[in-house]
Design a protein around this ligand. Structure first.
Ligand SMILES: *Cc1c(COP(=O)(O)O)cnc(C)c1O
Length: 450
């Protein structure tokens, strides 16, 4: 048995080797679940194994199935890489094993969340009094924001949803754009709001909600806007929607998993003009802020509604007026995500965050401009997303993506945009430099030529 220090050194060595090899290793390798299960060893051992052995075996056996999402050459989904300070802080977070659910469990984790809250409000241009919860991702951030919305709009109608539940409650209408993210529907489902209560507003060619089609009636209403469409990067006209919604006392939620970070860049802030007028906001740490998985953030301009919707109480749980993480997220015990967020924001500073966002967007524009002539860019590249169609043909478009995925030099996925197959390219990793963009462009040129 090796000592703890040596074990952690081994982990550090394995991690550093992985990162060193990031420049050259394939982004992904074709492998099946059965291959990976077989590699990791499917039988539960009767006796224990030395921790150092477990670690070195794991690193060796998992290797073939690791997808290099943080080496700068990954453009699939909207993944984000990992900033050095955030990675190292995340290691300490595991070492410290802090639970931010209650202040008494970790005053340090509570402080990291509180400071991150104030910094996030500042960077994202939101009221300084917004409450914040640190969730697994934007899925649960959307859930928490919409739970606060449900509490508030029903409360305004004289209905205490926490006390009385939804049976017999006044109907809640939820207005969404046609191109909302799928996690909105799932969050609403968890909140007892079904498809029949959802009103879809049509969108323009970029996926932006058309505000002139917004017909709000009286009665409990929630409007879900989007900052950053997952395909095009486009923004709903949030400020305009907020003005229309305020006439009807409707709650406005903003799903800004990655797009909300436009607010942190002086040159892109206009894309979210008026966002400070909305009521709740969901964003991710693990996408554009480049903290390791997992980290989402819910912010709410009405902390009392946020807390009323999330709050957990039991006799043995100490409540002393300090920050309790469980007041702001659907989880009770959880990871102390505030440390990595704090480390990321501190290591970048205000200018560094803006620079990260601006650079990703500049690279997305560069990709769009440098693609071979057979490629058509389907979206206005307003942010970090590029939608590409090859030879105006579904099959060819998918074939190019498949060839690139097999090649291992880079990776992106496909989608269907307005009935047509398209390649989705997302630039959201701080490690993506000119070299990585050259690799991407080269790979597309080669695949298209073949
Ligand atoms: C990624 C994304 C989500 C979901 O985020 P998770 O972090 O996967 O939970 C929600 N909305 C939008 C717009 C997204 O891009």
């Amino acid at each position: 048995m090796v000592g703890m220090r040596e074990l952690l050194r081994t982990a550090a060595e394995l991690a550093a080797t992985y990162l060193d090899e990031a420049a050259t290793r394939p982004v992904a390798r074709p492998v099946t679940l059965a291959d990976m299960v077989a590699a990791l060893g499917p039988t539960l051992p009767d006796d224990g194994t030395d921790p150092a052995q477990v670690l070195t075996d794991l690193a060796r056996d998992a290797d073939r199935g690791l997808v290099l999402t943080n080496g700068g050459r990954y453009f699939g989904f909207v993944e984000g890489g990992v900033l050095p300070a955030a990675l190292a802080a995340d290691w300490l977070t595991s070492t410290w094993d802090q639970n931010p659910g209650f202040f008494a469990l970790s005053p340090a984790a509570a402080a990291a969340e509180e400071i991150s809250r104030t910094w996030l409000c500042d960077l994202l241009g939101l009221p300084a009094t917004c409450s914040a919860g640190f969730t697994t991702g934007a899925q649960l951030a959307n859930f928490a924001g919409l739970a606060a919305a449900r509490h508030h709009v029903l409360g305004e109608a004289g209905w205490d949803v926490e006390q009385r539940g939804l049976f017999g409650a006044p109907p809640v209408t939820v207005v969404v754009g046609r191109e909302r993210h799928a996690t909105i529907d799932r969050a609403l489902r968890f909140l007892g709001i079904g498809r029949d209560q959802i009103v879809e507003v049509d969108t323009d060619s970029q996926g932006r909600m058309l505000p002139n089609l917004l017909e709000l009636t009286d009665g409990p209403t929630i409007v879900c806007t989007q900052a950053g469409n997952v395909n095009t990067g486009a923004f709903d006209p949030i400020g305009e929607v907020c003005d229309l919604a305020s006439e009807k006392n409707a709650w406005v939620h903003v799903d800004g998993a990655f797009g909300l970070w436009a607010a942190a860049s002086p040159s892109l802030r206009h894309l979210v003009a008026g966002v400070e007028k909305a009521d709740s906001f969901a964003t991710d740490g693990h996408k554009w802020l480049n903290v390791p998985y997992d980290c989402g953030i819910v912010l709410c301009a009405r902390p009392e509604a946020h807390r009323a919707a999330m709050r957990l109480s039991a006799d043995y749980l100490v409540r002393d007026g300090e920050r309790h993480g469980s007041d702001w997220t659907p989880e009770s015990s959880r990871r102390a995500r505030g440390f990595a967020v704090y480390a990321a924001l501190r290591s970048l500073g205000r200018r560094g965050v803006a620079e990260l966002v601006d650079r990703s967007c500049a690279q997305a524009r560069r990709v769009a401009a440098a693609l071979p002539p057979q490629c058509e860019v389907l979206n206005d590249v307003v942010l970090n997303q590029v939608l590409v169609r090859v030879g105006d043909d579904d099959e060819q478009t998918r074939a190019v993506a498949a060839a690139i995925q097999r090649g291992g030099a880079t990776w992106f996925g496909t989608t269907t945009w307005r009935g047509k197959a398209a390649i989705r390219i997302s630039v959201s990793d701080h490690a993506t430099g000119d070299t990585e963009i050259d690799v991407l462009i080269g790979a597309v040129r080669e695949a298209v030529a073949a």
